[in-house]
Write a protein that binds this ligand. Sequence first.
Ligand code: NAI
Ligand code: MG
Length: 367
Amino acid sequence: MTNPSLLILPGDGIGPEVMAEVRKIIDWFGAKRDLAFDVSEGLVGGAAYDAHGTPLTDETMEQAQQADAVLLGAVGGPKYDDLDFSVKPERGLLRLRKEMDLYSNLRPAQCFDALADFSSLKKDVVAGLDIMIVRELTSGIYFGEPRGIIEEGNERVGINTQRYTESEIDRVARSAFELAMRRDKKLCSMEKANVMESGILWRDVVTEVAKDYPEVELSHMYADNGAMQLVRAPKQFDVIVTDNLFGDILSDAAAMLTGSLGMLPSASLGAPMANGRPKALYEPVHGSAPDIAGQGKANPIACILSFSMALRYSFDQGAEADRLEAAVEKVLAEGGRTADLLGEEGVTPLSTSGMGDAVIAALDASL
Ligand code: NAI
Ligand code: MG
């Protein structure tokens, strides 16, 4: 049997720095858990532009289509700010998401106990928080037609259209129900069916899909109330599914319940491939952090946890994902901190590779 394939695209800025730590962890699983991957590496973003004059070559795009999973660092940086829109680093990432048709964006908001003080909310409101927001990623108001700025009478009018087809709602709802089945079997769908027809359809279709998942407890909530509930009592939720626009906002808000950008992973999933695995792109939520790039200060945990999501959602290795997340938790509980996680004076921060090594040591201790 051949090993599952993993395409790694480190990208720009701190991308290559945090990805180097993930490579150590991938190697650890190969050596210690007999879990080997066929890893290939490619260029994306500014790195690809520098080498090829485009933020993503057709060859790399094709490799991504063939890979069992893609793991990406981050793209962009001030060096590329003046480039033409068509070759900007972000276009490489957008092309990957679009051509792989990654319609389901998974954003966990998980609060490690050791970092609960970092939240802007009270410690007991967030300690132990572990929720997942599923955001529809390829349709809705960011893509709907008509759009534009037109002249009407003697003023300009800005237009965007929220448009969802049944099948677009159906497929993202299914991915959320599947996720709920692997977790606490509790799903809350958020829209504004009170004022938007697309929200009425959303609620209808999600309710229909629920018939295929009788074990999952489904609830519906207006998205504005959802925003309130997320900051009031976030632990009432397990999985939340919502559209592109509400998901953009709610997932950023939920993520910040838990502290640093350097801790937050994500997954973007598409339709199942011939081997049953979904098309998948895993990446930290953060960007290329040009202010700290090249200084060995970046927190690699967001990227490490993105790999953990790959273990869970692409490779059916939930127990090994648990092992990796427990290793991260152990390092944090024992006081391991990169500079972004430092509150108190007098603690020496770990470097990027120091944090990677600490996670490896915790993995070793788990055997
Ligand atoms: P950013 O996420 O790169 O940085 C925001 C702040 O958080 C900075 O102070 C940075 O030092 C800090 N930070 C981010 N990740 C960290 C980590 N792992 N460890 C420690 N500190 C961390 O967002 P920003 O500054 O808005 O954008 C910088 C560049 O990244 C831009 O070119 C932007 O277009 C690009 N970007 C790329 C994304 C992607 O590749 N998915 C997402 C967001 C921004
Ligand atoms: Mg956003």
